[in-house]
Write a protein that binds this ligand. Structure first.
Ligand code: SF4
Length: 114
């Protein structure tokens, strides 16, 4: 089973109903639905917080403290498909930073649930 980490948009997560931290990302990972090709083990869930500067270091700290490097890092659907878009950073820029710093595959989106 693949080990995966998820990064969610904290601004959306804190806004209330519909937060991916409730169940959506976790269900999709557990069942291998949405952007997950197979049932996957979530080994880290990092919450981005505006303006997003600590997100990449926090992902690194999760890997270091857990002593687990995930096979893939998933950017939550609420982050990737946000309307209005994140005012602080482009999704592709965050993806590029994660890929460069950790040499890990990054997937945009997690689930298709409503
Ligand atoms: S910086 Fe962007 S992705 Fe991160 S919490 Fe704020 S709005 Fe969400």
């Amino acid at each position: 089973m693949k080990k995966i980490a998820i990064i969610g948009c904290g601004s959306y997560m804190d806004a209330g109903y519909g937060c991916p931290g409730e169940w959506r990302c976790l269900k999709a990972a557990a069942l291998g639905e949405g952007e997950f090709e197979e049932p996957s083990q979530v080994v880290a869930f990092v919450k981005c917080e505006c303006p997003g500067r600590p997100t990449v270091p926090n992902m690194g700290m999760a890997m270091k403290l857990s002593e687990i490097k995930p096979d893939k890092v998933y950017l939550s659907t609420c982050m990737v498909k946000a309307k209005p878009e994140c005012p602080n950073r482009k999704v592709e820029d965050l993806r590029a930073m994660l890929e460069e710093k950790f040499d890990v595959e990054v997937v945009e989106g997690t689930h298709d649930y409503h």
